[in-house]
Design a protein around this ligand. Structure first.
Ligand code: MEV
Length: 441
C-alpha cells in the first residue's frame, strides 16, 4: 500500500530513490541500480542535469544522430536529431541526399514576431478604458525598461501593445495583446517578465486615473503569459525541380509527381490524414528542436494551431506541378532560440548548435523547417511508392532482434538475411529460431 510523502523535494537523491523503489518497484534493488546506471560519470555534469528540473533521479537517454548532406540556401549542413523512432533519421538523410542533386532546399524567414497577453477584467465605460490605455501605453513600456534595456541594445524589445476588447466572449474581459522581437532568444522569460510588469503598471495606473469611477479603477488581472501561437514568427521551406528530374530507379517521375500532389491534397481535405501527415513533419521538426534544446511542446502546440488557421485542420505542406516543375513547400511558425535556455548548459545541445555552425535563431528556423519538409517528402515518397512498412520495419529490425535477446552474431546474420526478406514480428522471430536451430541458409 503506497503512502503519500511529505517534503520529497528536500530529500537527498539517494533518499528519493530509496523511497521510490521501496514504494513502487517490484525489485527495489534492481530499480535503484537502473537509475544509478544512467548517471553521468562526471558528477559536475550530473549535477547540472539534476538542476534542470526538480526531483531528478537519473537521466533519460534518447539517441542523438545526424542527418548529413542537407543543402540549405547553398550551405551544406549535417543536422543533429534527437529521437527514438527508428526510421526518422534514415528518412531525413534519404530526402537530403535526394534534393542535394536537385538544387537543395531554399528557406526564408517571413517574420519573427513573438506574442504575449495580459488578460484582465474591467467593468465600466469602454470609451474611458480606451482613453486610459492611450495615456498609459507609454508608461507600460517605460515600466518594463529595466527588463527590455539589454534586448533593446541588441535591436529587439517590445514592438507593440494593443488593447483588445473581448467582451463579446466574457463580460468585462479585455487583453493587452503585446508583440515582441526577441532576436536569438526564444524569449519566454523575457516576454513573461515584461507582461507581469505591464499588468502591475496597468493596475497601479488605473487606481490613479481620475476619470475612472471606483469600480473602473479596480482592474482585475486574470493572468499574464506569452502565447505559443506565433503565426507571424514564420518560416518557409521549399524544394522544386523539373518533374522529369524526379525519377529514380523505382519510380516513373510523372506518376510520382502526380501522386505526391494528390497525397498532399488528401491531407488538405481530410483531418484524419492531415494529423498523420503533419505528425510526420513533426518527426523532423521535433527531433531538431529537442537536439538544439528548444521547447518542443511549444513548437507542437503552435504548429498544430497554425495547421487549423483556415478553420479546419489541414496539411502544413503544399505541392503543385506548374509548367513541368514540381514544387513542394511549407510555411510553419517556429519560435526558437539559439541563446539562453539550455543552449549553453546542456553539453549535447551546445554541440548540436556547433555542428549547425552556431546558427542565429533565424537560421535555426530555416534548418528546422527544412527538416520537417524533408521528413514529409520522405514519408510521402515511401507512401505513394513502396508503402511505409518496408523501410520502417527494416529500421525496426534491430529493435525486434534486441527484444528477442539476439546476440551480435545472430544480429549480423539476420540483418543480412532481411536485406531480401520481409520484416515482421513473426518473420523475425521465426528466422531467429531457425538460426538458433542451425536451420539458417
Ligand atoms: C510515422 O511516424 C510518420 C508517418 O505516418 C507520416 C505520414 O504518414 O505521412 C509515416
Amino acid at each position: 500500500m503506497q503512502k503519500p510523502v511529505e517534503g520529497f523535494s528536500k530529500f537527498t537523491k539517494e533518499e528519493k530513490i530509496k523511497w521510490l523503489v521501496d514504494q513502487y518497484c517490484d525489485n527495489p534493488k534492481e530499480a535503484g541500480e537502473t537509475l544509478r546506471r544512467y548517471w553521468h560519470q562526471d558528477p559536475h555534469v550530473q549535477k547540472r542535469h539534476d538542476e534542470f528540473i526538480e526531483n531528478t533521479l537519473s537521466n533519460y537517454y534518447l539517441p542523438f544522430a545526424i542527418a548529413p548532406n542537407f543543402l540549405i540556401n547553398e550551405r551544406l549542413y549535417a543536422i543533429p536529431m534527437a529521437i527514438e523512432e527508428s526510421s526518422v533519421v534514415a528518412a531525413a538523410s534519404k530526402a537530403a541526399k535526394f534534393w542535394l542533386s536537385r538544387g537543395g532546399f531554399k528557406a526564408t524567414v517571413i517574420g519573427t514576431e513573438k506574442v504575449g497577453q495580459v488578460h484582465f477584467l474591467y467593468h465600466g465605460d469602454k470609451n474611458k478604458l480606451h482613453a486610459f490605455f492611450a495615456t498609459v501605453k507609454e508608461s507600460l513600456i517605460a515600466s518594463a525598461k529595466p527588463i527590455t534595456k539589454n534586448m533593446e541594445k541588441r535591436g529587439g524589445g517590445i514592438k507593440e501593445i494593443e488593447l483588445r476588447d473581448k467582451t463579446h466572449t466574457t463580460e468585462g474581459y479585455y487583453q493587452l495583446h503585446c508583440t515582441f522581437e526577441t532576436l536569438d532568444a526564444m524569449g519566454a522569460n523575457f516576454i513573461n517578465s515584461c507582461l507581469e510588469q505591464f499588468a502591475d503598471t496597468l493596475k497601479d495606473e488605473a487606481k490613479e486615473h481620475k476619470p475612472f469611477t471606483d469600480r473602473e479603477k479596480n482592474i482585475e488581472v486574470i493572468m499574464s503569459i506569452l502565447s505559443n501561437y506565433v503565426p507571424n514568427c514564420l518560416v518557409r521551406a521549399e524544394v522544386s525541380c523539373p518533374v522529369s528530374a524526379l525519377g529514380e530507379d523505382d519510380i516513373d517521375p510523372e506518376t510520382f509527381a502526380k501522386k505526391m500532389v494528390q497525397a498532399v491534397a488528401i491531407a488538405k481535405n481530410d483531418p484524419h490524414r492531415a494529423v498523420t501527415h503533419n505528425k510526420g513533419i513533426m518527426n523532423g521538426i521535433d527531433a531538431v528542436v529537442v537536439a538544439t534544446g528548444n521547447d518542443f511542446r511549444a513548437i507542437e502546440a503552435g504548429v498544430h494551431a497554425y495547421a487549423s488557421k483556415d478553420g479546419h485542420y489541414s496539411s502544413l505542406t503544399h505541392a503543385e506541378i506548374d509548367d513541368g516543375i514540381f514544387k513542394f513547400w511549407m510555411e510553419v511558425p517556429l519560435a526558437l532560440g539559439t541563446v539562453g535556455g539550455l543552449t549553453s548548459l546542456h553539453p549535447l545541445v551546445k554541440l548540436a548548435l556547433e555542428i549547425l555552425q552556431k546558427p542565429t535563431a533565424k537560421e535555426l528556423m530555416q534548418i528546422v523547417a527544412v527538416a520537417g519538409l524533408a521528413q514529409n517528402f520522405a514519408a510521402l515518397r515511401s507512401l505513394v511508392t513502396t508503402g511505409i512498412q518496408k523501410g520502417h520495419m527494416k529500421m525496426h529490425l534491430l529493435n525486434l532482434l534486441n527484444q528477442l535477446g539476439a546476440t551480435e552474431k545472430e544480429k549480423e546474420t539476420l540483418v543480412a538475411h532481411f536485406k531480401t526478406a520481409t520484416v515482421s514480428n513473426a518473420s523475425v522471430k521465426e528466422a531467429l529460431e531457425n538460426v538458433r536451430n542451425g536451420h539458417h541458409d
